[in-house]
Design a protein around this ligand. Structure first.
Ligand SMILES: Cc1cc2nc3c(=O)[nH]c(=O)nc-3n(C[C@H](O)[C@H](O)[C@H](O)COP(=O)(O)OP(=O)(O)OC[C@H]3O[C@@H](n4cnc5c(N)ncnc54)[C@H](O)[C@@H]3O)c2cc1C
Length: 451
């Protein structure tokens, strides 16, 4: 039985692994009730994934997207933080072990380790493509993008070797957002010194093996997204899969290849690797199977939350891997733990559906708001996006000024400095060690539309 000290602190220890929306959302509610929390996270910061593409295209600084955990919890005396990577889980004893051999055991264990890119075993994708799932990914991608503009400025002949060709794999929300942001960067933001060449020679391809852009949205939204992207010069290739990614090309299912030095992977996610080392049952996408109260099947005091959990929804499917789902699972699990401490019954997870939304370009977004999916396009959808993401950010941070000022600045084209600060990603071997560079596609076919 849990004891409560005079200052209200309880001696129940909750070990939370992962400080994304789910882990931080859970820790914040527990901290308000002075429950002892040990938060184990491999980074020393919380990363706000919905803003990663803004960081990759220099719309936001890295510090706007990542917040140090010790800053987030500096007022919460009952929360301690360990920067460490968990490599194994013993669900029966609620113990986790880290890379450097430390073990942590809690009365409750919360697994909130999120997801990782799914390359679907595409040869070369894990080595040569740029995924966009972490702050480090966004910094690497930004360095690569701006190095390519610099390289083309130094030697315009490199355009023929794919220097200004960007191939985005996957036309879901992440792929569409990065395609729109890249087009915006070229047309509205690049410094004058290399803007002329960039506007004339940049090619942006959005490759999707399905037959729709933004598949989870309505048919009207698909058409709207295609119109906006094509207006901005994005070449959309539906019904086309990527067969291989090399250091200088992307090979497509029809056997053709596009010369590029920047293939951006937005092709989907699967559960974080720890899910496979937790000794628990797993479902869709390798995610941990949980019961309706979010506990792991067979382990009453072990929770799996957010992206890493296969959470049954009332319609028999699983809840989507969204920030709003993750945040609410974190808050729900915390309330269940508090109910246990108070001797009250737990309930089944109830999700307040905020809808789905995606940004397509400057002032252009689609949103299907609320459980009834009220459909919005354009500036009003952009405002809905900003509202929902401000709510999301306030669930994990106390300050949302970066997001609000970004929303404001978006219309005035102001940007943060586009630093090339990740030499590992910026170094390009123009010697084509993987073989011949495929011919660049013809300019007439690909010339971006005038704005
Ligand atoms: C580019 C992008 C854009 C997105 N845009 C939106 C959007 O606009 N709206 C929306 O609702 N959702 C969006 N999503 C989805 C949303 O970000 C995720 O659903 C959400 O982040 C999941 O939260 P989580 O807490 O489950 O996992 P995460 O946020 O991924 O957090 C998991 C944490 O666990 C840590 N971790 C992992 N393994 C270990 C380990 N072994 N040891 C220690 N720590 C570990 C990670 O470092 C990470 O900090 C987007 C996702 C991406 C990738």
């Amino acid at each position: 039985m849990t004891r409560a000290a005079e200052d209200g602190t309880t001696d129940t220890t909750v070990v939370i692994v992962g400080a994304g929306f789910a882990g931080v959302g859970c820790a914040r509610v527990l901290a308000r009730h002075r429950v002892q929390v040990l938060l184990v996270e491999r980074n020393n910061y919380h990363q706000f994934q919905p803003l990663l593409y803004q960081a990759a295209t220099a719309q936001l600084a890295a510090s706007d997207v990542g917040t140090p955990l010790r800053t987030l919890f500096h007022k919460d005396e009952t929360v301690s933080i360990k920067k460490d990577e968990v490599v194994s889980v013993d669900a029966a004893t609620r113990t986790v072990t880290t890379t450097d051999g430390h073990s942590y055991r809690g009365e409750y264990l919360v697994l909130a380790v999120g997801s990782q890119p799914n390359f679907f075993r595409t040869p070369g994708a894990d080595t040569h493509a740029f995924p966009l799932y972490s702050l480090a990914d966004a910094q690497r991608l930004r360095s690569r993008i701006f190095e390519l503009f610099e390289a083309a400025d130094r030697d315009p002949k490199l355009v023929d070797a794919g220097a200004l060709t960007f191939v985005i794999v996957g036309a879901g929300a992440t792929g569409v957002e990065i395609a729109g942001a890249l087009a915006d960067l070229v047309h509205n933001v690049l410094p004058d010194e290399y803007r002329d060449l960039a506007v004339q020679a940049t090619r942006i391809y959005l490759v999707e093996h399905g037959h729709a852009v933004l598949a989870p949205f309505s048919r009207d939204a698909h058409e709207y997204a295609i119109r906006v992207l094509q207006r901005d010069g994005v070449q959309i290739m539906l019904g086309t899969s990527v067969k291989e990614v090399t250091s200088n090309s992307v090979v497509l299912s029809d056997g053709s290849a596009i010369a590029t030095r920047c293939a951006i992977w937005a092709g989907g996610v699967r559960a974080a690797p720890l899910a496979a080392n937790a000794g628990v049952s797993r479902g869709r996408g390798g995610r941990i199977t949980v019961l309706s109260d979010l506990t792991v099947e067979g382990f009453d005091r072990v929770y799996a939350l957010g992206d890493v959990a296969d959470i049954p929804s009332p319609d028999g499917t699983a809840f989507p891997q969204l920030g709003s789902v993750a945040l609410q699972t974190g808050q729900w699990a915390a309330k269940s733990i508090l109910a246990d401490i108070a001797g009250r019954p737990r309930g089944s997870f109830h999700y307040h559906d905020k809808g789905i939304m995606a940004m397509i370009g400057r002032g252009a977004a689609v949103a299907e708001v609320g459980a009834k999916r009220h459909e919005l396009h354009g500036a009003i959808a952009f405002a809905a996006w900003l509202g929902v993401h401000t709510w999301l950010m306030s669930g994990v941070r106390s300050r949302v000024d970066a997001l609000v000022s970004w929303g404001w600045d978006y219309f005035s084209a102001s940007r943060t400095p586009a630093l090339i600060d990740r030499p590992d990603a910026a170094t390009i071997d123009w010697g084509d060690e993987d073989g011949e560079t495929p011919a660049a596609p013809g300019p007439a076919q690909l010339k971006p539309a005038a704005r």
